[in-house]
Design a protein around this ligand. Structure first.
Ligand SMILES: Cc1cc2nc3c(=O)[nH]c(=O)nc-3n(C[C@H](O)[C@H](O)[C@H](O)COP(=O)(O)OP(=O)(O)OC[C@H]3O[C@@H](n4cnc5c(N)ncnc54)[C@H](O)[C@@H]3O)c2cc1C
Length: 460
């Protein structure tokens, strides 16, 4: 029993069989529990492997039971043999996209290894920082308003499950300035259709409710009372904790640079010299995706520098706290938004206009002096009481923009086993749980993503 001392019999048998079989027919089909389903045709094609195993069983009697079981199953169910080993998925990137995807893969029965170079919601990641807006107003002709409904359900469900607050329902106010309000008008039917509660408010009504805002230029607004903001870094860490508590494996390690484009590689080499071998790989590397896949993604994910500022409010004045002011967005020639309060960190204000290109690994995270000047000017105009407010903190994050601002969810063109997930384009965070649920289904059920998210839209 030389082998049995080191490896349980069943393990040796199924591992040998499965690794060879998976080469023969890809992608492997999975049932709801994440077990592999192997068709009879594939079984026949794999008969050489079975034959080899039979010989092995002849030499090592402890293998016989497992082989007999497998062949009996084939007789009972001619179309398929159920293999009891779990499919192994490696998710690279523990940000909003990767973390939730890993969690949902686990819940679909996969064995999941989640990797991140610096940790979930780290300061280089697009999911880092304090807060993110969650809103349903998204313009016309897009799938995101509907996705927000599912995301909201899941955020709420997980708050209860994990007994911690991640979602602050402060309300979200959209101010439509004079001129073009097509975006806001186009949002209304989708909000209605999705069942997201909202109010359409005139400038006079806005002024009555929020006198601390100077409404010059604003014609009307949309108020979503049940939306608001999410914690960012903290939520990513909560997802990891949830993932670990449900049996996931996490390693803080970077995927070493490698020719991933080739498609056919056996194992993922990590920066610490170790390797991970899985059945499927999901690369959810946010702004790094273009560097890892220069031919398939390249500048289809373009990281841009985004400055975020936190200003100090007057002492004892709570008009700019989340109790008195919702999350707001001001749609004029530029699109500026803010989150009040931010857990005592100050009044958060940022410009959504895409900044200069930015390297997420080596970029110095210092906001530009021009950006600060412009934001100060804006603040004094729209919130006159904050005219000379001091800057308390600032952050530099990066958007990971796809050319059309839609997400990228697809298999790699050279490998059915490799999935690319990213292109959050400055609006992905809120969708994390809904996206993770969707990607897990695609991977485990062998389905294709919606054409809107697929690479073929770029002509690749
Ligand atoms: C300033 C700012 C404001 C935003 N505001 C909003 C908002 O209000 N609402 C909203 O919904 N969205 C918003 N977004 C967008 C949203 O935050 C992103 O779309 C989303 O967080 C992207 O998540 P991700 O998981 O794709 O990427 P990331 O969070 O960047 O995660 C990728 C992970 O991959 C890891 N990684 C990279 N390379 C490797 C490697 N080689 N090996 C191992 N790990 C690796 C990184 O460490 C990182 O943790 C904002 C973004 C920014 C920057």
């Amino acid at each position: 029993m030389l082998f049995a001392d080191k490896l349980p019999a069943v393990d040796l048998c199924s591992r040998t069989f499965l690794s060879d079989m998976s080469e023969l027919h890809q992608p492997t089909k999975l049932n709801r529990q994440g077990e592999r389903r192997t068709s009879r045709r594939s079984l026949l094609r794999g008969s050489a492997v079975v034959g080899g195993l039979s010989t092995l069983a002849g030499r090592f009697p402890f293998l016989r039971f497992t082989l007999a079981d497998m062949l009996k199953q084939a007789g009972d169910h001619p179309a398929e043999i159920k293999m009891q080993s779990k499919i192994h998925v490696c998710v690279i990137g523990a940000g909003a996209f990767g973390g939730w995807t890993a969690l949902y893969l686990l819940r679909r029965g996969a064995r999941v290894t989640l990797l991140d170079a610096w940790g979930p919601g780290n300061s280089r990641a697009s999911s880092g920082g304090e807060t993110r807006v969650i809103r349903g107003t998204y313009g016309s002709n897009q799938p995101y308003t509907k996705m927000v409904v599912r995301a909201l359900q899941l955020w709420t469900e997980h708050e209860k499950r994990w007994n911690r607050q991640l979602l602050h329902r402060t309300g979200v106010l959209w101010m439509a300035a004079r001129g073009d309000d097509e975006y806001e008008r186009g949002s209304l039917p989708l909000l209605r259709e999705a069942g997201i509660p909202y109010e359409e408010l005139s400038a006079a009504e806005l002024e009555k409710r929020w006198p601390q805002i100077n409404l010059e230029d604003v014609r009307w607004g949309i108020y979503e009372p049940q939306n608001g903001f999410l914690t960012a870094r903290i939520a990513c860490q909560a997802v990891l904790e949830g993932f670990l508590s449900e049996g996931g494996e996490y390693r803080q390690a970077a995927v070493a640079s490698h020719d991933f484009e080739r498609g056919r590689w056996d194992a993922l080499a990590l920066s610490d010299g170790s390797k991970v071998t899985a059945d499927h790989y999901v690369f959810a590397c946010g702004p790094w995706l273009g560097k890892l896949f220069p031919a398939t993604i390249g500048d289809r994910v373009r990281p841009t520098k985004q400055d975020v500022f936190f200003f100090g409010t007057p002492a004892g004045d709570d008009r700019f706290s989340e109790k008195k002011l919702p999350v707001w967005a001001d749609h004029r020639d530029r699109f500026i938004y803010g989150i009040p309060g931010s857990d005592g960190r100050g009044f958060k204000v940022a410009d959504d206009t895409r900044g200069p290109e930015f390297d997420p690994t080596s970029g110095e995270r210092e906001p530009s002096a021009d950006g600060l000047r412009a934001i100060r000017e804006y603040l004094g105009f729209r919130f006159p009481a904050l005219k000379n407010a001091p800057l308390l903190e600032s952050r530099v994050c990066q958007y990971e923009n796809s050319p059309d601002n839609n997400f990228i969810i697809d298999r790699h063109p050279n490998s059915e086993r490799v999935w690319l997930v990213g292109g959050g384009s400055g609006h992905g965070f809120k969708h994390g749980p809904a996206l993770g649920e969707m990607v897990a289904e695609l991977v485990m059920e062998g389905k294709d993503a919606d054409p809107l998210f697929r690479l073929e839209r770029f002509g690749r």
